[in-house]
Design a protein around this ligand. Structure first.
Ligand code: PAF
Length: 285
């Protein structure tokens, strides 16, 4: 596996791939890799001649300083795992390599309209702008044929598709299923920050979403929403930040099940100072 740290190193690695007319799959990550990330890497390895993975904790997408400071960083272990999985290129840029003009001098910005104004967009001002900026820059540095993203960050995939549309980038965005622990907790780099008791109680997030799916036939959207909010909030260490039942294409809340063909319940829960997100499809396309 080639490890690239600078713009020059990644440009050379990509030029070598292109010289040989190989197809390239790309997985942008913020590191602290787990089985969810590895499932994306494995899928890319199956579908492309060459697979590149970036590890970059992107400061522009953190609206909360403490979240950025405490975000888990395990680069050596990540690189070992990527090597073992069979990735070909790891791109591990510094903040200076990604933002040579300095964080204070970034000029590009995005308007994602309605899809970016709700849920994570409303709860974390500037977050999606930061995601758009960094993913666009990463796609310029690693111009892949396909890019792989986990569906745990459901709204993020819609944002990235919209950024790709706005910037006219020729890349296929491939959403990949959420990978869960055996008890159902969605894998997340942030799970490592939970203490034993928080981890035990966090399982109620996914378990409640699974139970909610069974209620769809017999209950209204408002009743399912209330069930999820009340059930999760009744667990002592969990506090629902939002739970929205949305049209999977537009991210807008719906009020009856027949309002959309694709219906997804998106939840964010604070467990102490750890913010966990998850989602479940109530109606699939
Ligand atoms: O999902 C993530 O890990 C990040 O938001 C991403 C897409 C790597 C951009 O920093």
């Amino acid at each position: 596996m080639i490890i690239c740290k600078t713009r020059e190193e990644i440009a050379k690695a990509i030029a070598d791939v292109r010289k040989e007319h190989k197809t390239l799959g790309f997985i942008p990550t913020m590191g602290a890799l787990h089985k969810g990330h590895i499932s994306l890497v494995s899928k890319s390895i199956n579908e492309n001649d060459c697979t590149a993975v970036s590890i970059f904790v992107n400061p522009t997408q953190f609206n909360n300083k403490n979240d950025l400071l405490t975000y888990p960083r395990t680069v050596d272990a990540d690189l070992a795992l990527l090597e073992q999985t069979g990735a070909d290129i790891a791109f591990v840029p510094t903040v200076e390599a990604m933002y040579p003009e300095g964080l204070e001098n970034i000029t590009e910005s995005y308007d994602f309209g309605a899809i970016g104004a709700v849920m994570e967009g409303a709860a974390r001002p500037g977050h999606f702008n930061g995601v758009g900026i960094v993913v666009h820059r990463l796609f310029e540095l690693v111009p892949a044929d396909r890019a792989y993203f986990g569906m745990k960050d459901f709204q993020q995939i819609a944002i990235i598709r919209e950024m790709v549309r706005q910037r006219n980038i020729d890349i296929e965005i491939i959403p990949c299923p959420i990978v869960r622990e055996e008890d159902g907790l969605a894998l997340s780099s942030r799970n490592t920050r939970l203490n034993d008791e928080q981890r035990k109680q966090a399982v109620q997030i996914s378990q409640t979403l699974f139970k909610a799916v069974d209620l769809v036939q017999s209950s209204s959207v408002a009743e399912v929403k209330e069930f999820v909010e009340n059930t999760v909030n009744s667990v002592p260490l969990l506090e629902v930040e939002y739970f929205e039942i949305v049209n999977g294409f537009t991210m807008q809340s719906i009020s009856s099940w027949d309002e959309a063909e694709w219906v997804v319940g998106c939840i964010t829960v604070n467990v102490g100072d750890v913010r966990l997100i998850d989602n479940i499809a109530f109606k699939n396309i």
